[in-house]
Design a protein around this ligand. Structure first.
Ligand code: SAH
Length: 818
């Protein structure tokens, strides 16, 4: 009679797979013990509830068992059934594993999406494998070197659904789970255990009970070889780590009285892993596991079977709990190109970046702001001209952040306006990488403004619409011209140049007036910006005639008719000129500001940097005998600053210089000296070294001594006349000049550019930055004859300012552009 039957309460996770597995076991027991009745108690475990990150990250062990353990301890259930691979290596006090089921199909399998085309090597995308397990990722990376890995969580059914939705090209699952769910038809490729070593305990079910209770009725399902295999595998893992989700794998097979154990060991510090095998008596299963663990651990570092994890490294480089310094990503909008439109916040964040991942659309002047030491990753083009695929960019951001770096993802315009910023954040959010977004000035806000087009104006329209002409590839949708034509607003199309004809035709066909003003704006906010303003019906033809190129924005709407009235950008004195300033960074600001104020597009490209000489014995010697000098002559503002800074550091009162006479090569030097409270009495009329030297040769009297604090690479121009005149002088280097070892950050020098050179060393620095450039196509504006001579040596088209000062250089520039 049913009432006499003993009711045994059995705990299980509530996922369909867990229930199926438990039922499988219970049916088996029932067969041998018809007197028993089972009541299933299902529970949601922590592991089931946290679905948004990889378990490696959640940290903690036994995420799938804690709740069941509690129920067991509190006698709400009599035993619980688990997938052994989800169980922690250490069993809680008083709750041992009382039976191991026979092993099911142990292999992992690859499953491909249903109802979609399968990935193929020539489809131009990386092969994306979904997995949440670092163990699988490591091993699959060795099998599929080109594959990319993407996190997937959720139960088997959820994962299959995500797969079929096209989020992955394949996912990895345990065959046993699919089979138990009756889904074996979804298995596409079995992964052999020597290719992908399964998780310890895979395909074994474990029954967990309480000590002291009688579980003899479980003997009918207990499998001795599964127990031994499990103990060897778990012994291996326990010795190495003890965690249930670290990338350790072990697989034992019982062969007669022996166990053959294969294991994978991963060394977190180095990202290396290796696999190995050991055979031993099945009786001593756990000892075998420990022996293999020791063996692998001992050989890390020295052996050939070592696998190096592909760049990009481990998914769990900073798992919770062990996290030391997880990095952060800033998604930064650089604006449309003009560096003046780059936000202060963006500049600040960029200046502190350790890694910068940038696009083709980021303005060249902004690229020059990348910190010298930062790792710079150009994802706008790779070999040839192919941009790096989006998935790879996402991956790079994730990996760099996981290395603990401050990563700036620098994008043209605004990151969220047709910038795929959202897509890039998805993976970061999934992996709980901290991030910030720094908005940028989007093209639609700036490019029309620089073309004299106000995107809204109360007399002409009541709205403005940002539209992309390029939907995500394969989405198959086209623009809804009927709606667009009706809006009575300004329409701004991004990425529309190649579809310009279609757009204009579509709008007219949908009823837009043929003479609706429309414009194409090329390379807006740069010195090279161009615009074609016409009507919607004639625009395609006229843009073609003008050979308008990308990047270009299309604006359709009455406001376009204002562009001639409101034009301003090109009409600034230097509005059409791009100028490259090669001065050292700390000395370039003033010049850049002046040129920018005149409308030039200024790119700061320091070709040299100067640095005061620290331990400077010759200078100290000079300081100790200041009274012996009658003259001090300076040939640069930098020399003045270094000299006086050192004087201050040495604690020497400036009055020790009283009685000494001063000379300065030109106005900038003179001014720097005046700022120190000393007005030079000797200045040549021409600002060259030779002129200064000649003048000094005349002025310095017999028996007088001259101190010449200047650059380490000072030329003989100054000293030759002094030597010729037999004047006693000390030539003391106070700063070092170093040629830049930058590579121009991908800047391409165009024939219409003007490069300013303010010393011969800036010419040398520039040449070093652009080896192999056809210098005959470079227009160089040089500050003086000596600089010009250096530039001419390389074939640079030389223009020399009339005087060796900045005013004169600016005058010359204005003259040239006329
Ligand atoms: N996130 C960017 C847009 C990227 S889509 C932003 O907010 O501006 C790229 C498209 O932007 C280009 O095809 C072009 O249509 C437009 N664009 C970007 N910069 C531009 C510029 N300086 N001049 C003209 N169009 C520009």
């Amino acid at each position: 009679m049913a009432e006499n039957k003993k009711v045994i309460r059995v705990g299980s996770r509530e996922s369909r797979l867990a229930v199926e597995q438990t039922m499988l076991l219970l049916r088996q027991i029932e067969k041998s013990h018809p007197e028993l009745t089972f009541e299933l108690v299902t529970m949601k475990t922590t592991g089931d509830m946290i679905l948004d990150r990889s378990l490696d990250q959640v940290g903690g062990k036994g995420l799938f068992v804690k709740e069941l353990d509690k129920a067991l301890r509190e006698k709400q259930i009599d035993f619980s059934v688990h997938s052994l691979k989800d169980m922690p290596m250490e069993q809680p006090e008083g709750m041992p594993i009382v039976a191991f089921s026979g092993r099911g199909e142990v292999r992992d399998v690859l499953v491909y999406p249903r109802g979609r085309e399968r990935w193929s090597p020539d489809c131009g995308r990386p092969f994306v494998i979904g997995t949440s397990s670092e163990r699988r990722r490591l091993q699959l990376a060795a099998m599929f070197p080109e594959a990319e890995f993407s996190l997937i969580r959720g139960n088997v059914l959820t994962r299959l659904k995500k797969l079929d939705e096209g989020k992955y090209d394949a996912i990895v699952l345990a065959a046993a789970g699919l089979i138990r769910l009756g889904l074996s038809d979804r298995i596409d490729t079995y992964l052999e255990p020597d290719q992908v070593i399964p998780a310890a305990g895979q395909a074994i079910l474990a029954v967990q009970g309480r000590t002291g209770e009688d579980y003899s009725y479980l003997d009918c399902i207990a499998c001795e070889s599964a127990r031994q295999e499990a103990e060897a595998e778990r012994g291996f893992v326990r010795y190495l780590d003890g965690g249930c989700s670290s990338p350790i794998a072990a697989y034992a097979v019982k062969e007669g009285e022996l166990l053959r154990l294969r294991g994978l060991y991963y060394e977190e510090e180095t990202g290396r892993y290796l696999t190995g095998e050991l055979t031993g008596p099945a009786e001593e299963a756990e000892a075998l596991g420990i022996a293999l663990a020791k063996k692998l651990q001992a050989s890390v570092g020295g052996r050939t079977s070592c696998g190096k994890v592909r760049p990009g490294a481990p998914l769990n480089a900073c798992p919770a709990g062990r996290r030391t310094s997880c990095g952060k990503v800033w998604l930064v909008g650089a604006g449309p190109s003009d560096p003046g439109l780059f936000t202060l916040k963006g500049q600040k964040v960029l200046s502190e970046a350790q890694v910068v991942v940038y696009d083709r659309l980021v303005g060249p002047a902004i690229l020059q702001m990348m910190p010298e030491k930062a790792e710079k990753i150009d994802v706008g083009k790779r070999s040839g001209d192919h941009p790096v695929p989006q998935e790879e960019i996402n991956r790079i951001l994730l990996e760099k952040a996981r290395e603990g770096k401050r990563v700036v993802r620098l994008k043209g315009g605004d990151p969220f306006v047709f910038g795929r910023g959202g897509e890039e954040l998805e993976l970061l959010a999934e992996h709980h990488i901290p991030f910030e977004v720094v908005p940028g000035v989007t093209a639609a806000a700036a490019v029309p403004a620089y073309a004299g087009i106000p995107v809204t104006h109360r007399d002409y329209c009541s709205s403005v619409h940002l539209i992309t002409a390029h939907k995500k590839r394969g989405s198959g949708e086209t623009l809804d011209f009927d709606t667009l034509a009706k809006l009575d607003g300004t329409l701004v199309f991004y990425m529309g140049l190649s579809a310009l004809g279609d757009i204009c035709r579509g709008l007219v066909a949908a009823g837009m007036e043929e003479d609706m003003p429309a414009a194409v704006l090329e390379r807006g906010t740069t010195a090279a910006q161009r615009r074609v303003v016409s009507t919607v019906s004639r625009l395609p033809e006229e843009a073609r005639k003008e050979k308008i190129q990308s990047p270009a924005l299309i604006v359709v709407g009455k406001v376009c008719s204002l562009s001639e009235t409101f034009r301003w950008a090109e009409d600034r004195p230097l509005g059409k000129q791009r100028i490259i300033v090669t001065r050292p960074k700390k000395r370039s600001r003033k010049m850049a500001d002046r040129l920018t104020a005149l409308g030039a597009e200024v790119i700061l490209l320091p070709a040299i940097e100067t640095e005061p000489i620290g331990n400077n014995e010759p200078l100290e010697r000079a300081f100790s005998q200041l009274e012996t000098y009658s003259w001090i002559a300076f040939t640069s503002a930098e020399g003045v600053d270094c000299f006086f800074d050192k004087l201050y550091e040495a604690g020497i009162d400036i009055r020790n210089l009283s009685g000494i006479r001063f000379a300065a090569i030109g106005p900038a030097t003179e001014k720097a000296l005046a700022k120190r409270g000393i007005f030079a009495e000797v200045k040549p009329t021409v600002y060259t070294g030779e002129a200064l030297g000649t003048l000094l040769a005349e002025q310095v009297g017999p028996g007088e001594r001259l101190l010449l604090p200047r650059a380490d690479i000072g030329t003989e121009q100054v000293t030759a006349p002094l030597l010729a005149a037999g004047i006693a002088f000390d030539d003391v280097a106070v700063y070092r000049t170093e040629l830049s070892d930058g590579e121009g950050n991908g800047l391409d020098i165009r024939p219409e550019d003007i490069v300013t050179f303010t010393s011969a060393s800036t010419v040398r620095g520039f040449v070093r930055m652009f080896p192999g450039l056809d210098y005959r196509k470079v227009r160089g504006l040089c500050i003086g004859e000596q600089t010009a001579k250096e530039a001419e040596q390389y074939g640079i088209q030389v223009i020399v300012s009339d005087r060796a000062d900045m005013d004169s250089m600016v005058e010359k520039l204005l003259e040239i552009v006329k």
